[in-house]
Design a protein around this ligand. Structure first.
Ligand code: ATP
Length: 360
């Protein structure tokens, strides 16, 4: 089921600019793999290297162990879906989907059945005879997806396929894409700069910045254990606090102002007094009374959002942070209240002071 893709030390230059500099990653057969990162980090460039629109200046791209660097795009057996749909405006839905089959010299007698099957999978069989101008954005993207998968490619590549859709349709379409990918079991590489979309659809995510992989992991691990401060702040909301390590009588703890949190097992070696950055998600704080345990803080303002309430609070050193609580278990805490913010040790991520390494 599906093919494996292996990228080894890939290099891409445009003129003097090196956009991808020795990048490696492995994608498993049938995996939904997402390249996620800020605009300009090289996601599209890498995707275009996989399909062969971009040449490779160094390293190798392999499909099931076979190097494909010099194989032209039309021999790679890959389907691609673009942000702007790229469907033919003068052809009906049926003709758009049948196009690739005709190109591959599939007998006319088989084309109709194959088109019908794929249109059912992407749930637009009732629109078979429509022209693209009479379709919504979501329907057009379903046509583009049908056209990419009707040729039974080994790999499906998608470059920001939902960017042109409104927010509600994006959620509907990302669920549809995920379902279809699982149904046909095709190895999929998906590019997005939308972190929620990446968390929702992916088996694994590669977070990129400046052409360099920052972390490759499952959505849950990326969110809960970001490998460095870049990933921590790029994915979801993070409060970054300064602190230090304390090692006393063989017991390790971290200190954030006068709040001490015991940390029984850190994966990396640490020294007493070592300065650290601490990252805590807004929803992981426990709000205590001013005389309880935690970091002293003052509520500056709050926003009630139904399920949750967001508090903007100031710490003693003036830093402002965000705290999110479930609304139903708290009365809204008035502005100006003194509180303390506690957190469970396992909900904390601790980084070297330069932010490059997670010590947990
Ligand atoms: P976005 O989310 O905005 O699409 P991206 O992560 O996909 O961003 P790329 O499109 O891969 O980023 O671009 C990465 C860098 O490579 C950018 O600095 C871009 O200007 C540069 N670049 C891309 N294509 C070319 C090209 N054909 N010639 C020269 N530079 C290019």
């Amino acid at each position: 089921m599906g093919v494996a893709i292996s990228i080894e030390n890939a290099v891409k230059r445009f003129g003097k600019d090196t956009i991808i500099n020795g990048l490696s990653l492995d994608i498993k057969p049938g995996e939904f793999f997402t390249l996620l990162g800020p605009s300009g980090c090289g996601k599209t460039t890498l995707l275009r290297m996989v399909i062969g629109f971009n040449s490779i200046e160094g390293g190798e791209i392999k499909v099931d162990q076979k190097v494909i660097n010099n194989i032209p795009t039309n021999k790679r057996n890959m389907g691609m879906v673009f942000q702007n749909y790229a469907i033919f405006p003068h052809m009906s839905v049926r003709d758009n989907v049948a196009f690739g089959l005709k190109n591959r010299k599939i007998p006319a007698s088989q084309i109709e059945a194959q088109v019908d099957e794929i249109l059912k999978i992407v749930k637009i069989d009732h629109l078979k005879n429509r022209m693209p101008a009479k379709l919504s954005g979501g329907q057009q993207q379903r046509v583009a997806l049908a056209r990419a998968i009707v040729i039974h490619p080994e790999v499906l590549l998608m470059d920001e396929p939902l960017s042109n859709l409104d927010a509600k349709l994006r959620v509907e379409m990302r669920n549809a894409i995920k379902r279809i990918q699982q149904q046909i079991g095709i190895t999929t590489v998906y590019v997005t700069h939308d972190q929620e979309e990446a968390l929702a659809v992916s088996d694994r995510i590669a977070v990129m910045n400046g052409g360099v992989i920052q972390q490759i992991d499952t959505p849950k691990n990326i969110y809960q254990r970001p490998a460095n401060l870049f990933v921590s702040t790029f994915i979801g909301l993070s409060n970054i606090l300064s602190g230090k390590i304390s090692v006393k009588n063989g017991e390790t703890s971290i200190q954030i102002q006068d709040y001490t949190v015991p940390m029984s097992q850190l994966s990396q070696e640490v020294k007493d007094g070592q300065r650290i950055k601490v990252s805590i998600r807004p929803e992981e704080f426990i709000i205590n009374q001013a005389d309880g345990a935690g970091i002293p803080a003052t509520v500056k303002s709050s926003v009630f959002l139904g399920i949750t309430t967001h508090y903007f609070v100031a710490l003693a050193d003036g830093q402002e942070i965000e705290v999110i609580q479930n609304s139903d278990i708290w009365d809204i805490i008035p502005d100006g209240s003194g509180i303390r913010l506690a957190v469970q040790p396992q909900k904390i991520n601790i980084y070297t002071e330069d932010g490059n390494k997670n010590l947990v």
